[in-house]
Each structure stands twice: as structure tokens, then as C-alpha cells.
Design a protein around this ligand. Sequence first.
Ligand SMILES: [Zn+2]
Length: 219
Amino acid sequence: MQVAPSVYFYPFTSMNENNCNSILIDGPEKALIDPGHKHLWPALKQSIEADGLRVSDITMVIHTHCHPDHMEAGEILEFDYGATQAMSLTEELFLRAKGLSFFAWMGLDEPKGSIGRTLEEGPLDLGDKTISLYLAPGHTPGSLCLHWPEARVLITGDVVFARSVGRTDFAGGNHMELAASIEKLARLENVEIVLPGHGPAVVGAAQVAENFKYVKNYF
Ligand SMILES: [Zn+2]
């Protein structure tokens, strides 16, 4: 569903399966953020196409972090459609060092694709728009959040949710780092829609401010 000009949100709702929310930013560079599990890709593909978008036009897959429920389908977009997979350099190093154990733990094959582009904190040019990337460690060492000020949209992965925060008890998690990352995100201006990696969006400037105030009580 479209939640802002050029921004499409695909929340995942199933009691029986785990998958993340996915987000598509439309434009000359179409970026899909967090494609989710491979076996659930057909459903996401169908939802994207129902919005009149073509998955073959997706040029970049941005992984907020390397957990399998967020990134596993990335290789389908790389192999079938030629999209480039991207994540932060810190996260790619973490994926190679410890992150692969998550795939084994969940009984999944190790990712066969490649991270064709590593991202740093700062501006990301998507052709007709510039997204601001923020490193937000704590849930994982190299988690990325994406802020598009003009659309007033903040994409948070598993750093912060509606009335909750990311887990820090997995490998690479760090409670103090997560607190600092959330402080950093809470200071951003021009945020009226928070699209988290799981659960509902937070919509409205007042609601976003209230949500940050609420989740700070976790620390
Ligand atoms: Zn995660």
C-alpha cells in the first residue's frame, strides 16, 4: 500500500510465520528495503505488482540488517532481476563473521548472493531523490535506518517499533548501543511516518514523538 508519494509499505501479517515488513521506494532507482524470507517472496511480489509496480524494475535491495527474516529473499532479486544487494559495511562484515549462524540456526541455506554495494552513514542518491542513511547499532552491529525528509518517512528496521524496541539478546546485540541509536533517531526532524521492520507503522508527527518518548522507557 502507498503511504507517501513514492513510498509503498508492505506490512506482514501472519500468526504462523515470521517475516519482516517490506518497503519499496519508487523512482528511477527502485529500492526494495528488506525483502523478507525466500518462501514468502511470491506473496510480496504479488502485493507489489497489485500496486502497479514491476519487481523487474527494482534496481537495489537495501537490507536494514542481515537477519534472515529480513534479507533471505535478496538473492532472488539479484539472480532473477539483476538487482544489487546493499547493506552497511559493518553489517556485511558481521554477516560473514557471525551472521551466517542465524541462517543455520533457522535451518536455512546460507545466502548465495553477493552484497554488491556497501553503504555508509550519509546521503544515498536514488536518482530523483536523496535518502539519508543512519547507522543505528544495537539490534545488530551495522543496522541501517533510512530517512527521507521530503516524504517525512523514517524506515527503522528492527531498531525501533511501534511501542517496542529491537531485541539485543541475539549475537551482535548491544543494549547501550541500541539506546544511543534510538536517541539519535528521536532527534531527527521531519518524521511523520515511522515504518518499522515488524508490526504497524507509526503515523502522525505527534504519534511519532510520543512513540519515541514511550520506547525510551525501555532503557
Ligand atoms: Zn532482526
